[in-house]
Design a protein around this ligand. Sequence first.
Ligand code: FES
Length: 261
Amino acid sequence: MGPARAKVAERTFRRDRWWLSPLGIGLILLFFVVYSTIRYFMNDHYWAAEEHYLTPFYSPCISASCVPGSSHFGTPLPEIPAFIPIAIVTLIGVGGFRATCYYYRKAYYRSFFLSPTACAVPEPRGSYKGETRFPLIVQNSHRYFFYVAALFALINLYDAILALHGVNGGVGVGLGTVIIWGNLAMLAAYTLSCHACRHVVGGRLRNFGKHPVRYRFWTLVSKLNTRHGQFAMISLFTVIFTDFYIMAVAADWFSDPRIVN
Ligand code: FES
């Protein structure tokens, strides 16, 4: 048995403002959770009919309760009571992907659970069970949520193509179209830079030389992966901004400025 550890009365020897990052990120996440909860339970102002803008929060809208025109993939779900979000499928799919993301786990473990609070700052609890048992063992489902999120990203791509709709018919581009495509780019960067995606394209291979295409994808995803945390935060803001913009247009708070038609 090794020598006993020295008894140190100080909680931490860090003298910098180490609490700033977990506090700031915690406030951002709290804002996102509050905003999303309000929007998902609002069940309104998610489809701008004239411009063909559907907010990513409600995509795909597949319930018989969805407003006419917003269901691009039919309505396999029946009518949903007003107190349940119409976009319950999106809420679970996209919410599950973000909630189990490695980056967000680090962020909310630090900000909300104080586990660990920061580097070289011990957590308040005396024991640590990690993610080896219930409930946190469900975080291992992240690799499956990746496939769900990839499907949602394709659906968002379809929505973005439909947003190239002219208000007088034919093709058109409004400020909303630009915002939707910008958000799509950020969501794609966030999804493709996922650690599970990196494993899907390049994992379980003994020899990259025999798999040149997968090697190219793996190289690309690995480069994106180094910026995964940034994409996670940027896409959080772009998705909120896109949703807010479409809500404002759908609710007639203002008209979408048209660039082309
Ligand atoms: S690790 Fe963040 S989305 Fe997969």
